[in-house]
Design a protein around this ligand. Sequence first.
Ligand SMILES: [Zn+2]
Length: 152
Amino acid sequence: MILKRLVVGPLASNCYIVGSEATKEGIIIDPADEAEEILQSVKELGLKIRFIVLTHGHPDHVGALKEIKEATSAEIAIHTDDAESLPQQFLGFLFGLSYPTPPSPDRLLKGGDSIDIGDLHFGVLHTPGHTPGGLCLLGQARPKTSKRLGAH
Ligand SMILES: [Zn+2]
C-alpha cells in the first residue's frame, strides 16, 4: 500500500494520498489546501486518483477540493450527514480563509459502505462528534486469491 501524508494550509491540516501498488490507483483524503503540492505528489507516486474522500466537511479540509477535482476527475465522497453543509461552510468561516466554493459530492457515504480501488478495500466507519457526518476509513489490502464477496 502506498501511503503519503502531506501537511497543508495555514491550519496545518493533514492530507493523505493512499494508493495500490498493484494497480497504481489511489484516493486523496482531505485535500485541505495547496492543490499544486498534492497533485505533484500524486504525479511522483504515479497514481491515478479514483476518489477524493472527505473525513468531514469543515473548510480547513476542503480548500483544494475544486482544483483537485478538476485535475483528476475523481469522485468526491463524503458522509451523507455532512454533504448538505459543505458549500455553506465557506460563507461564514471565522479564520478568514477564502477558498473556492467546493463542488458537489458525487457519492454519499454511510457507515458500513466501502470504497474499493485496485487491491485495496476501505471500510467506511461513521464517527460523528466533531461534525455529524465525520467518518474514518479502515484500509486493507485484499488477498490476491480472494473472490469478491457481496456487501454484508
Ligand atoms: Zn473540522
